[in-house]
Design a protein around this ligand. Structure first.
Ligand SMILES: Nc1ncnc2c1ncn2[C@@H]1O[C@H](COP(=O)(O)OP(=O)(O)OP(=O)(O)O)[C@@H](O)[C@H]1O
Length: 509
């Protein structure tokens, strides 16, 4: 579930609510000032997904969805953010940014040997202070700042070379990609585009792959980039964030023309996580690049966590361009595919740890217990390996159960769309969806609208501004007000709270 603003929980004292609302208003002012200082594009690229989670004991906690954004904001914009906090919220003595969810741990068995087995899903957080004199040095924070400085340095070293693409992982290739019913179409299409020679007609352009987390999109994209490079085609693999950063940096350095030329001179452009593309002129540039490459018969391969039509933050033209080639969904991994992935990971681990033995019964148990995604299977093998090396004993079922218990979830949560919430709530309250999106303020429309906003915040990962936009272009403070209002009413009114539970269940089925 997405984080709610601190103090906004059901039954939170009214004073806390008022304070939290005041903080959110100050945060809105900070954002407004940042937007006017930096311009719309830079703001929406780097700050569009930055949220204020809450303020407590003089510490403000902000959050972003990726590590990259976190370190980028910390390294480039702290000095802009601090003074704004000082003037809008003088009681804040420290600001920290955390990553809302973690992504992509390595499957290299040796990589986990040094890390704690429970590291998956950890929140990455680093603090920085608005004014160094105001805080007592905290050794943990100093340590993490050092780590951050080093990582920022590496980032800069790398960023200088961004047009050559994001780094490719040599382990993510076609031979390590295991094929099952759910991904065979995506795999076949990826192989086809990767192995095509320059004079062959392009059958699937763009090739658009989509799936929920950890189902192998990035793996396939890296495989395409490796294979296309091997047939001597010029390939660039970029995450959407690298693309944004590359474009914004090129604009600043007045090298935008070189940037565009470089991108348009390649044979295969591979872009990952396109759902993160933000900013009007960045999207325009992206659309121009797509058009120029497609017209010049160059291959484009894209991955995202949802189909093109659901990329709400993208311009309609970009969405339709993306949907104009072959669009393939990669489904969940079935049990036989999960077994194959586990066997391959265990075999890879055995190369470095020859005594690592996992009986077939344990593999079968892990494959049936972990149904979520490849990343969790990697995590399971890492945990088994850690237990085996710590105990020096072969892995039995009991040890396996203990080792992976934090990874065992029965179902991947269903992805719920705001549109579905609006439709269900409208029909439940006997109004139309158009009423919910309209400016009408009669009581029979206002309450369902607030309930739909509340459910959108609770059941989707959309931010308050995004929800506001999807409800007829309303401001995020209206959404926040609706969420609080419904929480307060539901605390006092048992039948409303039951009704909300019922709607949630219907949406999650
Ligand atoms: N079919 C597969 N064969 C081999 N490994 C797989 C397969 N599917 C997923 N994996 C492994 O699962 C892990 C997660 O996959 P990957 O990073 O490609 O997922 P993703 O779909 O890009 O996820 P996200 O949307 O979170 O970026 C990787 O280690 C990947 O190698």
């Amino acid at each position: 579930m997405n984080s709610r603003p601190a103090g906004a929980g059901v039954g939170a004292p009214v004073n806390d609510d008022v304070k939290a609302e005041g903080n959110q208003e100050a945060w809105t002012r900070i954002c407004r000032r940042l937007r006017s200082e930096l311009g719309e594009d830079v703001f929406s690229s780097w700050f569009g997904r930055l949220e204020l989670d809450g303020i407590a004991d003089g510490s403000a906690v902000l959050s972003v969805p990726t590590k990259f954004l976190k370190s980028w904001i910390e390294s480039h914009y702290c000095e802009k953010i601090w003074p704004l906090f000082e003037s809008e919220l003088p009681e804040v003595k420290r600001v920290s940014i955390r990553v809302r969810s973690s992504r992509r741990p390595s499957f290299e068995p040796s990589a986990l040997a040094g890390g704690p087995p429970g590291a998956r899903g950890a929140v990455v957080e680093t603090s920085f202070a608005p004014s160094v004199q105001k805080i007592r040095p905290d050794p943990k924070i100093q340590e993490s700042e050092k780590v951050l400085q080093n990582s920022v340095k590496r980032q800069i070293d790398f960023d200088g070379d961004f047009v050559n693409g994001s780094p490719l992982d040599r382990r993510l290739n076609f031979s390590s990609f295991l094929v099952g019913r759910s991904n065979q179409l995506a795999h076949a299409a990826a192989q086809k585009v990767a192995s095509a020679s320059a004079d062959e007609p392009l059958l699937y352009n763009p090739l658009y792959l989509h799936a929920t987390v950890g189902l192998g999109k990035t793996h396939l994209l890296h495989a395409v980039a490796h294979a296309a490079t091997a047939v001597t085609r010029r390939v660039i693999y970029l995450t959407a964030e690298r693309f944004m950063y590359g474009f914004v940096s090129a604009l600043k350095a007045q090298t935008a023309i070189a940037f565009k030329e470089k991108l348009r001179s390649i044979d295969v452009l591979v872009i990952d996580d396109v759902q993160f593309l933000q900013g009007k002129s960045i999207q325009q540039e992206f659309c121009h690049t797509l058009n120029a490459l497609i017209d010049a018969r160059r291959q484009i391969v894209i991955a995202a966590d949802r189909p093109p039509g659901d990329l709400e933050s993208l311009d309609e033209r970009v969405r339709s361009r993306l949907a104009g080639g072959l669009c393939v969904e990669m489904g969940g991994l079935d049990e036989s595919l999960r077994i194959k992935i586990l066997e391959a990971r265990i075999a890879a681990a055995k190369q470095m740890h020859p005594n690592f033995e996992v009986p077939a019964s344990v593999i079968g148990y892990v494959a049936s217990a972990i149904q979520t995604n490849g990343r969790d299977l990697d995590g399971a093998v890492n945990r088994l390996l850690a237990h085996a090396s710590l105990n020096g004993a072969p892995i039995g079922l009991e040890t396996a159960e203990l080792a992976i218990r934090d990874l065992v979830r029965t179902h991947e949560p269903k992805r719920i769309k705001i549109e579905d919430i609006q439709k269900l709530v409208a029909s439940h309250f006997n109004v139309s969806r158009a009423d919910i999106l309209s400016a009408r303020r009669t009581a029979n429309v206002v309450r369902p609208r607030q309930i739909a906003m509340y459910l959108s915040k609770m059941l989707t990962l959309r931010s308050l501004p995004e929800i506001g936009r999807r409800f007829g272009g309303r401001d995020h403070t209206t959404v926040l007000h609706a969420v609080r209002k419904i929480e307060t009413l539901a605390t006092a009114d048992g039948s409303l709270s039951e009704e909300l539970e019922l709607l949630k269940r219907m949406l999650m089925e």
